[in-house]
Ligand binder design. Structure first.
Ligand code: FE2
Length: 159
C-alpha cells in the first residue's frame, strides 16, 4: 500500500502498512519500528499495546469485569489519543489530516458499537473477537498511517 501523502521534502512517503504476521506469537508487543518521533504519541501508542495485553490477561483469567473495564478504557483512551495526534498533525502541517481524522472517527465508532454489543449481548460479540481486531487495527494504522507523520514531525520548528 503506497502513500498518497507527500513528505515535507517532496518525495513520496515510504512504506505502507507492513504485514505484522511475521511477529506471530509475540504479536502485540510494542516495537521501536512503531515510533513516529513524538514522545507523547509514541507513549500513548505504547499504552494501547499494554492495555490490550492486560485485557487479554483478564480474558485468560476469565474476568468478564476486567475485560469490560479494559475495553472501556481503550475506547475512551482512543478518543483522547486521536485528539492529541490530530493536534500534532495540524501543528506539523501534515497534509493528510482530514483523511486521517476520518479513519480515526470510523475506528472510534466501530469500537463503540462493539462495546455496546459486548455489554448488552456478550454472546453476540466476544472479547476474543474484539481484542485482536483492536490489536490488528493498531499495528496496521501505526505502520500505515501514523508513520507518515514522522517526516513532518521531524521538520517542526525548522525553517
Ligand atoms: Fe492515527
Amino acid at each position: 500500500m503506497g502513500s498518497a501523502y507527500p513528505t515535507p521534502n517532496g518525495t513520496p512517503a515510504s512504506g505502507g502498512a507492513q504485514d505484522p504476521a511475521g511477529d506471530a506469537p509475540g504479536a502485540g508487543a510494542w516495537k521501536d519500528a512503531f515510533r513516529v518521533g513524538d514522545d507523547l504519541i509514541d507513549g500513548q501508542h505504547q499504552t494501547f499495546f499494554r492495555m490490550v495485553a492486560e485485557a487479554q490477561e483478564s480474558m485468560d483469567r476469565g474476568s468478564v469485569e476486567g475485560v469490560g473495564r479494559h475495553l472501556n478504557f481503550l475506547a475512551a483512551y482512543a478518543v483522547m489519543h486521536f485528539r492529541d495526534e490530530e493536534r500534532l498533525m495540524a501543528l506539523s502541517h501534515y497534509p493528510g489530516l482530514v483523511e486521517h481524522r476520518r479513519i480515526h472517527q470510523a475506528f472510534v465508532a466501530q469500537v463503540a458499537g462493539l462495546l455496546k454489543t459486548y455489554e448488552t449481548d456478550p454472546d453476540a460479540v466476544t472479547a476474543q473477537q474484539i481484542l485482536p481486531m483492536i490489536q490488528d487495527w493498531l499495528v496496521f494504522h501505526i505502520l500505515g498511517m501514523d508513520k507518515q507523520l514522522q517526516p513532518w514531525i521531524g521538520r517542526m520548528g525548522k525553517p
